[in-house]
Structures are given as C-alpha cells and as structure tokens.
Design a protein around this ligand. Sequence first.
Ligand SMILES: Nc1ncnc2c1ncn2[C@@H]1O[C@H](COP(=O)(O)OP(=O)(O)OP(=O)(O)O)[C@@H](O)[C@H]1O
Length: 509
Amino acid sequence: MSAGSSDVRVFVRIRPTPHFAQEIIRLGEDNKLVDVHLRKDEKLGVVNNKRYDWSFKVDGILHNATQAAVYDTVAKSVVSRALQGYNGTIMCYGQTGAGKTHTITGATENYKNRGIIPRALQQVFKEIAEQTDCAVTVRISYLEIYNETLLDLLSSMPHVPASDTQMTIVDDPQGVFVKGLSLHQAADEEHALNLLFEGETNRIIGSHTLNKNSSRSHCIFTIHLESHSRTLSNAKYTVAKINLVDLAGSERVGKTGSAGQVLKEATYINKSLSFLEQTVIALADHRDHIPFRQSKLTHALKDSIGGNCNTVLVANIYGEAVQIDETLSTLRFASRMKCIPAESIVVERYDPVRVSKNLQREIDHLRRELALHDTLTKRPPAIYEPFTDNQIAEINSQVRRYLDGNLDDIDIINLRQIQEVFFQFKMILNRQEQEVEARLREKYTLIDKNDYTAISAAQKAGVLDPDGQLVGEVDGSSFGIGVAPFSSKSNQSLSARKSKGRKSKDLSR
Ligand SMILES: Nc1ncnc2c1ncn2[C@@H]1O[C@H](COP(=O)(O)OP(=O)(O)OP(=O)(O)O)[C@@H](O)[C@H]1O
C-alpha cells in the first residue's frame, strides 16, 4: 500500500456571458481568489447586519477557458494517477444552466468542445498503449440517480440481463459499489465512447426557463481500471476507479418557472444537494458521524469525496448579477469542499491464480534443493507424496513389533514418516483401550463416576464403601466406577484403581 498526498482541489468555472458582473465578482490576479462585493442597499440604512463582501480561495479560476484547457487543469493528473492505482473523482457542482454538463460531457456534436469524459477516455487508452510493464483492463459503468431511484444508463446494452430487482448501494470493505449496475469491458477508446453515447441518450433531460436541456438527475460515469503486471510471477495488481460526476443543478423554482413533473424533480434535486452539503460540512469539520446514508447520492459518493481519493470539484457559476445568490451559494459549497482532508493510497491486491503458481514454483525449487542435500549427505530421499496402503501397513507393522519388543528402533527417514509413526501409535493405543474396556464390561457393571445417583445406589446396596472402594457383589455382579467411553483420561485412573487388586489377573488375560 503506497500513499500519495492529495487534498480536495477546487476550481471555479464561469459560464461565458456578455453580461459578466465584473463590478460584483472580482477575480484575483493570481487566479486563485474570487471576491464577491455587493452594493449596499440604501433602503436598509447605513448600519445593518447584512453582509456585502466575501472572499473565496480556490485552486484555480477557469474564465473563458477552452474545454482543452479545462481538461488539462482539472482532470489530466487525476487520470494519470488513476492509472498508477489512485482513485479519482471529478465532480461538477452549480446552479442549473451554469455549465456542468458542458464541462463533464461537453458538446457531443463538436469534437473541439468535447468535455472531460471523452478526453479522459482518450488519455486512459493512450497511456495504456504506452505502458510496457502493465496490462490494464478498462470497464465502464454509468449510473443515474433520478428522484432517489438508481438507474443503469447502460442497461440497454446487449448482454445485460434484464433484472426485476432494484439496484442497491453496498458498503464493502473494498469500497462502495452499486449491486446490479452493469459493468462493460471496453477494449479501446471507440468502444468506451460508444458506451458514453449510449448512456447519454438514456439520460433524463427536462426543460425550464434557465436551461432547455436541463439534467434532471445526478449521473456518475465510472472508469474502472485493473492493472496487472506483464511479469507473470508478479501476483500483485491494482484496482482504481475514476468517477466523473455530473450533478443536477440546484434551482430556485420561482426563477426556473418549473411546474408539474419538472417541479417534482426540482424538489428531489434540491433535497439531495442539501444532503450533499450537510455531508460535505460534516467531512470538512472532521465530525465523527458523516451522514452518507441520508440520500442515494451521498451514499454512492461515500468513497469518492476526499478520503482515499483524488477529488476535484469544478464549481460552475453563471456570472451574471441576477444569479449572484446562486453564485454565492456555489462558492460557499466550493470553499467547504476545499477543507475536506484527502490522502489517497494505492491498494494492492493479489491474484490468487498467480499466487498459487508462484507457491508451486517455490515448492518445486525447495524439493530440488532438498534432494541435492540428501544426495550430498547420503540420506534416503524425502517423500512428498501421501503414503500408499502398503507403506502404511509396513509402518503399522513396525510400530507393533516395536511395542511387542521385537524391534529395537524405528529408523527416522523423514517428517512425513514420523507423523505416520505417531498416528499408528495412536491407533494401536485406541484399539487396545477399547479392548480393555470391553473385557472390563464382561466382568463389571461400570458406573459413570459423575453419576452420583448410581454411586449412591451402589453404596446403599453395600457394594461400594463411602470412599468408592468396591466391597462386595450383588447378584453375582461386581461394580466398578468408570465412564463410557472408558478411554476418557480423567476416569481411566479411577477405573484402573478399582480394577487393581481383585481383577488384575482378569485384565492380563
Ligand atoms: N463554458 C461554456 N462555453 C460554451 N457554452 C457553455 C459553457 N457553459 C455552458 N454552456 C452552455 O450553456 C447551456 C447550459 O449548460 P449545461 O447544460 O452544461 O448546464 P448545467 O449546469 O448542466 O445545467 P443543468 O443543471 O440544468 O443540467 C448549454 O447550452 C451549454 O452549451
């Protein structure tokens, strides 16, 4: 497991407009400061509690930036690091119509204006082609969260089995995953782009005053990368994912003129974004409890916001004066995201097939090594295979002869033979104990030494004295205290004690 430092990084992207409110929104010369200055409301008087100035520190401002420049600034390093095994998330947040979908997906009809996802796919396959030491498998999934329901945007692909069961978000020690979401292996960039276009056509889009193509859902396009070494003996491999998140935009329904279904959707969107904000505040405050499970969105993003992930937020703002409340709200969210701690690590896994092959190779090597030593020291060769029935019978016979005094020593040959000798000793001992017990039962009625009722009855009958010693016979039967099975060690001594004296001759028969 290796670590890499990566705080949550935050960029502000401003949607181009001829009416940019430069008297209200001032961009720092270092391109890292956004100041918002509101004109004092004369009607409220000179002294009032209303705040008029804000300053937001970010990692970069993308003003009039091309799609290519946005990609290089925001995404390039996240993708490169994902190919080294670090999880990455790029998330676009902002009011409706501010340019989130334009940033993350871009204009599909215009190659120059393609967004982060198609560019990330291009970079992934380009870098994979350049790698000589690793073989990387790319898989794609595309999740939509619409009105708190999980939908698979790639379920219409061939080979995806129809499923009646609802998808669920599962917390797994290896990360959060969506059970039931289809994963599609993509052999090349073209194949991966087809998956993106397929998912795009299935997205739920609505229309309102601020955006005629407004996303009515949150969408997470995930590139799953599994990287195996080309050196076959190397069993380690890494798994990483890049989540590209296009959030639905917050909206003031009065402004957007939403009604009916679009209004219902807006309510769900605003509610889930409010839960996202609460989660971000809890993470930034290092609270013990983070309310990830409050909504599907926060649950699905549980391991994608900070923590073990290179997380980048693009805060999309619409820089017109009339949108300043929404801009302020987006910038506040952005500055909270910036406080979330993150330290991504590469989690290495082991390929069980390669591990087993390596171990077999190691065993073969050690056997050859041992055989060489045996030859040099003129020892009998070690045996690695299980004993045959004949070999076991021979060892059993040796042990018997040893116990009977007909064999002085059992030659030690190897570990496996020692284990078999011990096992045969145990078998013979068990069998002898059973025989002894059977003979005792012929002579005695054995009483369980813990069966106090039976012992007391025997004492009353006068066959056992108060110390448990045998004193007589009842109806011709002798009594002894023992327990079945007789071989139980704790009781054996007592039985033996009972047997001694009077019946030892019988036992030696
Ligand atoms: N940087 C930009 N350059 C050119 N056009 C842009 C830019 N940002 C946004 N647009 C245009 O603005 C319109 C709205 O953008 P987009 O759909 O991306 O907004 P959104 O934030 O995703 O909205 P919603 O939350 O409603 O889905 C689109 O027509 C888009 O092409």
